[in-house]
Design a protein around this ligand. Structure first.
Ligand SMILES: *[C@@H]1O[C@H](CO)[C@@H](O)[C@H](O)[C@H]1NC(C)=O
Ligand SMILES: *[C@@H]1O[C@H](CO)[C@@H](O)[C@H](O)[C@H]1NC(C)=O
Ligand SMILES: *[C@@H]1O[C@H](CO)[C@@H](O)[C@H](O)[C@H]1NC(C)=O
Ligand SMILES: *[C@@H]1O[C@H](CO)[C@@H](O)[C@H](O)[C@H]1NC(C)=O
Length: 457
């Protein structure tokens, strides 16, 4: 409850975003159900461990309360399966062992129980998945261990058994419902904000009802990136994203489709945050920026003329356009178009603009997933394109300057870019759930992460 209130509050504090947002699709396959039934056995067993009220023995002269306790719930079978267009069917079979504290000595009684329930998964008012149990039926068997030959006590035990059966048929489904409530609170953590860099976050919300087939359940989840609390809105309306059927891989637990728009949003965020704007400041005799006016003067005569004494050079790198990611089958590329200004520091510490360059850098982008984050690393593809856009130092022979300039800003820019892409964007997730052995596949216009899941419990 406290968790649900906390989430409500969190949601109230977030800016309202009405524009259509970049899509992701999370598909949980049959393997996810096997995993849930495997790790859910313990919690279900505990949820079925209900309290049984005293049985009142009215056979004697005085009313005799008899204490009854569940000593064990043995749950060898717990299965979940998808029911197309509906939800998930749960079936479980258990043996309950009770201790009946009758006089003179306590007795054990075992009752077989089958449990059938249907779970419906829907979209909650706070845009998280929410599970309800519209149908739940405990099928109670009869105990076979009536070896007590005393007919009086046998009659008593028959009554005790009826009492237990009445209690279980009421309470078992309540136990299941409370387990589902806990699970729902957990699913609610989907909408938590996750940092993607300094002062920026991502938040996922579920945008419509999930789709259920006999093989998977699929959630349409939208991602919103925030910079300083403001949503990053793409200049165009992203079309709705659907994960094509063919990428469905029955063997993996989860298949997560990430649209091109999500990458575009992340890149727009990088640009808006100015995260790729660099000032490479030169000092004389430094390794960081080996450029100085005497070095440049050897290639550009006018620089040597204006600066007879060697002066440090400052290089300002600014993005003049949002980086563009392109997703081809099996490869992803990234194009950066920085604007580079080269300035000399004059003797009175003023900056003298020497020239500016329009640059195009094509990079190959390798995507990977680590700790539930999509990360990238880049390397330069082909030659960096440089063109002089403005010059205060007359004619510049690019053929001469290219190698020098490229080497001066290329490395810091790529280091910075790779550091940012290395932080990565959180994938849709809930607390304590890990992506295990994830594989990333690049398709035309979208990326698929195929992964096992592991729940820390
Ligand atoms: C319950 O116990 C009976 C008797 O030991 C056994 O035959 C049956 O298979 C058990 N059922 C479950 C679900 O464990
Ligand atoms: C049968 O059991 C009841 C209570 O468990 C006891 O009071 C009674 O004496 C027993 N009768 C016989 C014949 O053992
Ligand atoms: C200028 O740059 C060149 C090349 O990096 C270097 O060899 C030279 O020492 C520098 N001059 C000064 C004064 O820093
Ligand atoms: C990526 O794929 C596209 C289309 O298949 C192809 O034109 C391009 O050369 C590929 N790039 C790399 C770096 O493999």
């Amino acid at each position: 409850m406290a968790g649900a209130r906390g989430l409500g509050l969190l949601l109230a504090l977030l800016p309202v975003v009405s524009a259509p947002m970049p899509g992701t699709v999370v598909r949980l396959n049959k393997a996810a159900l096997s995993y849930v039934s495997e790790i859910g056995k313990g919690p279900l067993q505990r949820a079925l461990h209900v309290a049984v009220p005293y049985f009142l023995d009215r056979s004697g002269e005085v009313l005799q309360p008899i204490r009854i306790q569940i000593v064990n719930v043995h749950l060898p079978q717990f299965d979940l399966k998808f029911i197309a267009d509906f939800g998930i069917r749960l079936s479980a079979a258990a043996n309950f062992t009770f201790k009946i504290f009758r006089v003179p000595e306590p007795l054990e009684l075992t009752l077989p129980v089958e449990l059938l329930a249907d779970a419906r998964v829907a979209q909650s008012s706070i845009e998280t998945p929410v599970i309800s149990i519209p149908y739940c039926l405990p099928l109670l068997g009869y105990s076979s261990d009536f070896d007590d030959s005393n007919s009086t006590s046998r009659a008593l035990l028959a009554l005790v058994q009826e009492h237990i059966r009445a209690v279980l048929s009421n309470k078992l489904c309540l136990g299941v419902a409370s387990l589902v409530q806990e699970f729902n609170a957990h699913l609610g953590t989907l909408i938590g904000l996750n940092p993607v860099g300094p002062e920026s976050q991502i938040r996922y919300t579920m945008i419509n009802e999930p789709t259920v087939t006999s093989d998977y359940i699929s959630f349409d989840i939208t991602a919103v990136l925030f910079l300083l609390g403001k949503p990053i809105i793409l200049p165009r309306d992203p079309p709705p994203f659907a994960l094509p059927e063919h990428v469905h891989d029955e063997d993996t637990t989860a298949t997560v489709g990430l649209s091109q728009d999500l990458l575009d949003s992340a890149l727009l965020l990088l640009q808006k945050a100015g995260a790729l704007n660099l000032d490479i400041t030169g000092q004389l005799r430094s390794d960081d920026n080996p450029l100085n006016t005497s070095e440049l003067g050897q290639l550009i005569p006018e620089v040597a003329h204006q600066f007879p004494e060697p002066m440090p050079v400052v290089i300002k790198v600014r993005l003049r356009a949002t980086p563009v990611a392109t997703l081809h089958p099996n490869n992803a590329t990234l194009r950066l178009q920085p604007f580079v200004e080269v300035l000399a520091v004059t003797s009175n510490s003023a900056f003298n603009s020497l020239f500016t360059l329009d640059v195009v850098v094509d990079l190959s982008l390798q995507l990977s997933v680590s700790r539930a984050k999509l990360q990238g690393t880049t390397s330069v593809l082909g030659d960096i394109q440089l063109a002089v856009s403005y010059s205060n130092v007359g004619f510049i022979d690019m053929g001469q300057v290219r190698a020098l300039m490229g080497s001066v800003f290329e490395k810091p820019l790529l280091n910075q870019l790779n550091a940012l892409l290395g932080i990565g964007i959180s994938l849709p997730n809930v607390v304590n759930l890990l992506y295990v052995d994830p594989e990333v596949f690049v398709y035309e216009g979208y990326v698929v992460v195929s992964s096992e899941l592991f729940y820390l419990h």
